[in-house]
Design a binder for this molecule. Structure first.
Ligand code: CP
Ligand code: NVA
Length: 342
């Protein structure tokens, strides 16, 4: 082949590459730098503008994926996310890993036996090492303090993929789902039926930020953490949201726009399962309870669900349930968090 012809072929290959990149949306999909390098450990750390940016980016990424499923913008090309798990996971692991793949990056699944966080070496040393090699860390932990320690040492964005205190990624997907189904959350009546747990905490804080009203109906002794409630109340005074805690699920659900529930015993509380099942009697989200809410109300559950305990088959498979849209939205919300932070 003559040099001239080889150069022509090279030129045409480069032109083709540019066309493919343009078609893939790279360069067209603008990602804000406002959150670059930040960690996501709690919903409380995000401003209303940050939250709007995350949810709008999630919606844009979802639309792009639906429109052109085969060509995704490689916004995280060459980047690696370390996924540190102290507990089991389906949705969190799969949505983060699929998200990284779709964005042209890579995710490493680190199971508890593998890195033995805090046992084989200190949390700080593990975080520093991961931060030297990877571009971000997603961590699912028992103690919330572990996420904070990772964030203090990593030097790269650390994302809370569930701790005993919060599940911010879940709440982002939940409010993305609420927005899709009912519009802007301001003024909506949201009722949480069940344990005042990690998922409740993140949604409570997010509702307060967005000016949605949030009522927790739980048995005595299973209220949300007092400090989180106080933070939510402070945010609510600014946003116009009303926060309440009651022990009467029927009164709490009356005329609600959104009903949330979650398992009665979270991961790590398995030994309390029987005691909790007794305490939560009367707090099941069943058809009779859902009928007290608005006719167009929606029911959310972060999953995994214990069907027949906190929620019945009739409700989870019924017309009010949006639980699998909610599960799918984990992917889109996670991708937004990844492209904005990493
Ligand atoms: N909702 C949620 O976080 O699911 P996994 O525990 O399966 O990740
Ligand atoms: N509250 C539950 C949520 C699971 C996604 C738990 O912590 O186990």
């Amino acid at each position: 082949m003559s040099l001239e012809r080889a150069l022509k072929e090279l030129e045409s290959a480069i032109a083709g590459l540019h066309a493919a990149l343009a078609e893939s949306g790279e360069g067209k999909f603008h990602v804000s730098d406002a959150l670059r390098g930040r960690c996501l450990t709690s919903i409380a750390d995000l401003s209303l503008a940050d939250l709007g940016l995350i949810l709008n980016t999630a919606t844009a990424l979802k639309e792009l994926l639906k429109r052109t499923p085969s060509v995704m913008p490689p916004l995280l090309r060459g980047k690696t996310l370390a996924m540190v798990f102290e507990k089991p996971s389906l949705r969190t692991r799969v949505s983060f890993e699929t998200g990284m793949t779709q964005l042209g990056g890579h995710a490493i699944n680190l199971q508890p036996a593998e890195i033995q966080l805090g046992k084989r070496e200190s949390i700080g040393d593990a975080a520093t090492t991961l931060g030297r090699i990877c571009d971000g860390i997603m961590a699912r932990t028992f103690a919330h303090e572990t996420v904070l320690q990772l964030a203090a040492h990593a030097g790269v964005p650390v994302i809370n993929g569930l701790s005993d205190r919060e599940h911010p990624c879940q709440a982002l997907a939940d409010f993305m789902t609420i927005r899709e189904k009912l519009g802007e959350p301001r003024g909506l009546a949201i009722t949480w039926v069940g344990d005042g747990n990690n998922v409740c905490h993140s949604n409570l804080l997010l509702a307060a930020k967005f000016g949605a009203h949030f009522t927790v109906a739980c048995p005595e002794g299973y209220e949300p953490d007092a400090e989180i409630l106080e933070t939510a109340q402070t945010i609510a005074r600014e946003s116009g949201s009303r926060i309440a805690v009651t022990h009467d699920p029927r009164a709490a659900v009356k005329d609600a726009d959104v009903i949330f529930t979650d398992v009665w015993a979270s991961m790590g509380q398995e030994a309390e399962q029987a005691e909790r099942a007794r305490a939560f009697e009367g707090f099941q989200v069943n058809q009779a309870l859902v009928e007290l809410a608005k006719p167009e109300s929606i029911v959310l559950h972060c999953l995994p669900a214990h069907r027949g305990e906190e929620i019945t088959d009739e409700v989870i498979d019924g017309p009010h349930s949006v639980v699998f849209d909610e599960a799918e939205n984990r992917l889109h919300a996670q991708k937004a968090v990844l492209v904005l932070l990493m």
